[in-house]
Structures are given as C-alpha cells and as structure tokens.
Design a protein around this ligand. Structure first.
Ligand SMILES: [Zn+2]
Length: 289
C-alpha cells in the first residue's frame, strides 16, 4: 500500500496539475468508490491539495473538499493543459484511461480530465465540507508524522514524542512503526528499511529499545522516507503518480524485498524474510540481532 512518500508524490502532482481547474462534471462508474454528493463539487475550482498520513485532500474554492485514499491499487491519472508532452503511460495503468478499471472521471474545464482507476477497488473518494475535514475520525486518530516534508498540516513526530510512543508499547517495534494511530505515514516498505538502517531486529519489543537505538531508529525513519520522496515513491503493485509514471524507490530498498540477497552492509549474511503481523518482514540476521 502506498505510504507517506508515495501519497506525498500523488498530492504534489495533483496540486500541480489541478490547481486553477474548475470541475465541470463527475462521472461515477462505481458507486462504492465515490461517497457523497458529486453535485457539491461541480463548479468548484481546485484551490489547494493537502495530505494527512495516507489520505490526500483536494480543497475547492466553494467550501467543499474531496478526500481520497488509494489503498492497494488506486491510481490517479491527469490529462490536460497542465501536463504538456506527457511521458508514455506506465504499463501498471492496466486498461489505460478511460478503461475497464476506471471508476471515476472528473471532467475539468479547458479539456482537462482526472481519471481514478482501481483494480482491487479498495480505494475511496469522499466529498465533504472543508471545515469538517480535520474532524474526520481517521484524521483525528492519526499519529504524528516524521518531519520529512516542509508543507504539512498535521502533527509532527519529534524524537521526544517517538520515545514516549515506544516506551508505552511491548509490541514488536515493527508493528508499532506501521500503526497509523501511533505514527502517521510509515508502512511496510519504509519500516523494514528503517529497522535495517538502525540495525534493530523487527521483533524487539518497542519499550526494550535503549536510548541510542531509539535515536538511531528515529533518524533512520526520517532518512528512508526522504529517500522515498527523492525517488518519487516505490512502485510496487499499482502505484503510479498522476503524470502516469512510476516511482523508483523499489530499486533502492535496503532490506525490503531483498530476501535471498547478501546484506549490503555486512556482506556476510543473507537477508531473510518472515511474516510478522501478517506482513512480509525482511532483516539481516547478522546486523539486526
Ligand atoms: Zn548485515
């Protein structure tokens, strides 16, 4: 599932392409995907885009906002005057746009279009009053986010806050990192890589980490998320950005997806994979004891 760097990339491009466009009409092909009254957003002009954890918010100038979570396989693709000379569409956009997986089409002024494709159909789009966005239960419950982007409207995770969060949990550290109600935006890929970078075993109970490990882990999280942002996110499953291209972080992962390969740091052990809380967990048995 897209994590902070991937959703940040989606939010930034949605902002770049959509700002100034007016929504002319909305074609909803799957009612389960689109919740709320599309009539409220017709005629609205896109003013701003924001992100809360893995949720993107598109604010209109008429008091309404569009909230969206792409979940496993949701894709936004823009075509129109704000993207001249687009690159070829990624092969991950199965069926193209519009195509058999297109769930919603936003028709914009000046012949712009924003397509929402979703193969597995877990993603959602919701219309809401802008003033109510921050009172959404899932936004209120969202944990503080590591400080990796300058422009952010939510709470930031400080080292002190991180220490407090870890000291209260006896669960394996990796499961605490990916719990969105404790820390916002970190998912499976970046949690695996941050633990490898900080040389911490994913199974270690959070509260048993010493001060140095906590600080190393905090810095590692910031570092891997920044790398993720630099490479435009990781394109596993269906992740593409609204310009129709893929991120490149998957070519630069530290431990994630590297089972069977030698560890890049010690060159002595082979990265192992096991399941923790149902999620693929990758670690070096020598570096991460
Ligand atoms: Zn190693």
């Amino acid at each position: 599932m897209p994590e902070l760097p991937e959703v940040e990339a989606i939010k930034l491009q949605l902002g770049k392409f959509l700002k100034g466009h007016q929504i002319v009409s909305v074609e909803v092909k799957n009612r389960k995907t689109f919740q709320g009254d599309e009539g409220k957003i017709i005629g609205g002009k896109i003013a701003e885009t924001r992100r809360f954890g893995k949720v993107s918010v598109i604010d209109l100038d008429n008091g309404y906002s569009i909230l969206t979570h792409v979940k496993l396989t949701g894709q936004y693709i823009y075509t129109g005057p704000h993207l001249l000379n687009p690159k070829p569409l990624s092969s991950k956009v199965i069926g193209g746009v519009p195509g058999r997986h297109t769930m919603v089409i936003f028709h914009l002024d000046h012949d712009g279009k924003l397509y929402y494709n979703d193969i597995r159909r877990f993603g959602w789009i919701r219309v809401e009053k802008t003033e109510d966005v921050e009172n959404e239960p899932f936004i209120k419950k969202l944990g503080p986010e590591p400080p990796v982007v300058k422009k952010f409207t939510g709470k930031f995770l400080t080292l002190n806050l991180f220490k407090q969060i870890l000291s209260k949990s006896g669960r394996p550290i990796k499961l605490v990192l990916i719990d969105q109600e404790r820390i916002g935006g970190v998912g499976n890929i970046y949690a695996n890589d941050a633990l490898w970078l900080a040389k911490i075993n994913p199974k270690t109970p959070a509260k048993e980490l010493n001060q140095k490990s906590v600080k190393d882990l905090y810095e590692a999280i910031v570092s891997v998320l920044k790398e993720g942002i630099k490479y435009g996110g990781a394109s596993e499953l269906a992740f593409v950005t609204p310009d129709g291209t893929e991120g490149k972080y998957q070519k630069h992962t530290l431990a994630y997806g590297r089972q069977g390969e030698p560890c890049e740091r010690c060159h002595k052990a082979i990265i192992k994979k096991f399941f923790l809380g149902g999620r693929g967990t990758y670690f070096c048995p020598k570096c991460q004891k």
